[in-house]
Design a protein around this ligand. Structure first.
Ligand code: NI
Length: 187
């Protein structure tokens, strides 16, 4: 089932999400719905607060792009439950990010190129994994969502001020999207 994605300005995106355990009701169905919702919106990551659920659950799915050969590799998918970033590694690099909750806005965000993440998968098996490249980038963006942080929060105050009108348009639902959204203040 495709779920509504909540827009920037909705209070749930500011909250710190609660950890869950394996008895969380209909968890497998919820994870499937999150993947379906994410792919339907052409997203590469989705955090539960974005579907208005303040719990520590993230889905990630994308095909890595190889610039040299202009081809897409095998699909990478992850489910992160109660993820924790244990360590940041490598240099910090800029990458142009977007967010399904903030349509029409893309900005360069500085983040470490690798992170070590401890998480539970959808079967509640625990993993500690070093993520690099695209996967590290998406994971950090999504784990931010679980802490009430969105990518525009990383921008300089000047950059954020320059984006103010565009962000207010998102709050008011005055942006076109190909997927269904629930906005903070839509008439
Ligand atoms: Ni996002």
């Amino acid at each position: 089932m495709i779920l509504n994605i909540v827009g920037y300005g909705c209070p749930v995106l500011k909250k710190v999400a609660e950890p869950i355990d394996k008895d969380y009701p209909k968890l497998q169905e919820l994870i499937d719905d999150m993947f379906e919702t994410m792919y339907h919106a052409d997203g590469v990551g989705l955090a539960a607060p974005q579907i208005n659920l303040s719990i520590q659950l993230v889905t990630i799915g994308y095909r890595p792009y190889d610039e040299a050969t202009d081809t897409f590799g095998k699909k990478v998918e992850r489910v992160f439950i109660n993820p924790q970033i244990l360590e940041e590694k490598g240099e910090k690099t800029y990458f142009n990010e977007g967010c399904l909750s903030i349509p029409e806005i893309h900005e360069d965000v500085l983040r470490p190129e690798s992170v070590v993440v401890k998480y539970f998968d959808r079967n509640f098996e625990e993993h500690t994994e070093e993520l690099t490249g695209m996967l590290a980038r998406i994971a950090q963006h999504e784990i931010d969502h679980l802490n009430g942080v969105v990518f525009v929060d990383h921008l300089s105050p000047i950059r954020k001020t320059l984006l103010k009108r565009k962000l207010n348009d998102v709050v008011g639902g005055k942006v076109p999207t190909r997927y269904r959204m629930k906005f903070a203040k839509k008439k």
